[in-house]
Design a protein around this ligand. Structure first.
Ligand code: PMV
Length: 317
């Protein structure tokens, strides 16, 4: 019987600190463990083949890679090198993902992480999260230009993390587990484009943007303390305050504002955009008794998709 290895990685959501994290300030992100990317690795005597099942693209070793698969092919080569494989293994690696694309949910990092993990497990050389994260970061650079590294970190570690560029990520101990509603505007967002626009604005108005990044950094510090002490009302207020700074950075959108207003109006403890903005998702911190009302309000405010995800309980619920 041919050997099959299955490896997985979760989606992610940024709780606090997006954009400022690109400029050296801290941010906090959590895995979205019920949305997963999977890699199947099985023997294929005809030689190495990569199948990106969701987009219907295939790459066979020795042939030119389709444009969209080039970053993954580069990542495969780096992974084989790290694993000490002298030549491409004779396997078929199939990728599938439940994570919506271009919504700030880490779909690219999750696929890349599943790919690296799948190859490593198949080769019998399991890699620690730090090394997986490092390999995936290089692939993220193809998609995002100058990513902070928070996506690959939270996806590879699969736990809430406090992240500062260039430093070892620190796990965030969650004092009181909570639930987030993740509401999709239905508007795709290109992280690369939004990050580039923020950079242009920062170049024009450096002082104002630095001040905003400092304010966001200070909110993240407070947010970490609130998460660790289990002070959810305080965490909600911090999310609201972080969102106001993101509005000032110019990355919100009427569709995001509508969802955020609806969630707050229905009793969420706090709400903000999450990820690059200009589309993608809003997140809302649910009070234990506000789940139904906030969910219904987000749906009637036009959420294209609604995901409820626990933070701080078993990461695989
Ligand atoms: O990939 P997204 O959409 O969650 O956004 C990433 C967050 C940014 O801070 C805007 C960019 C980055 O590299 O950290």
């Amino acid at each position: 019987m041919s050997r099959v290895t299955i490896a997985e990685a979760p989606g992610k959501v940024i709780l606090l600190g997006e954009h400022a994290v690109v400029y050296g300030r801290p941010a906090i992100a959590a895995p979205v463990s019920q949305l997963r990317a999977r890699a199947w690795v099985e023997e294929a005597p005809a030689g190495f083949e990569l199948v990106a099942a969701d987009v219907g693209l295939t790459y066979s070793w020795g042939e030119p890679a389709p444009e969209a698969l080039r970053p993954l092919v580069a990542l495969l080569k780096a992974t084989w090198e790290r694993l000490g494989l002298g030549q491409p293994p004779a396997v078929r690696l199939t990728l599938r993902s439940q994570i919506p694309i271009a919504r700030g949910l880490g779909s690219g990092a999750a696929l890349a992480t599943a790919l690296v993990r799948g190859m490593a497990e198949y080769a019998g050389v399991p890699l620690p999260p730090e090394e997986i994260s490092h390999l995936v970061y290089e692939a993220e650079r193809f998609y995002h230009g100058n990513p902070s590294g928070i996506d690959n970190t939270v996806v590879a570690y699969e736990q809430p993390v406090y992240f500062v560029r260039g430093q070892r990520p620190r796990p965030v101990r969650v004092g009181a587990p909570f639930e987030l509603a993740i509401a999709d505007t239905g508007v795709p967002s290109s992280t690369r484009e939004v990050v580039d626009e923020v950079r242009l604005a920062w170049e024009r108005e450096r002082e104002r943007y630095e001040r905003l990044f400092d304010q966001i950094g200070a909110l993240v510090e407070r947010g970490r303390r609130a998460m660790e002490s289990g002070d959810l009302p305080e965490l909600g207020r911090i999310m609201d305050a972080n969102h106001e700074r993101l509005v000032e950075l110019g990355v919100s959108l009427p569709a995001l504002e509508g969802l955020i207003r609806a969630a707050r109006g229905a009793g969420a403890l706090g709400a903000k955009l999450s990820g690059a903005g200009r589309g993608g998702n809003a997140i809302a911190l649910l009070a234990p008794d506000s789940r139904q009302a906030v969910g219904a309000a987000l749906e009637s405010a036009g959420a294209a998709r609604l995901i409820l995800t626990p933070v701080g309980r078993s990461e695989r619920e």
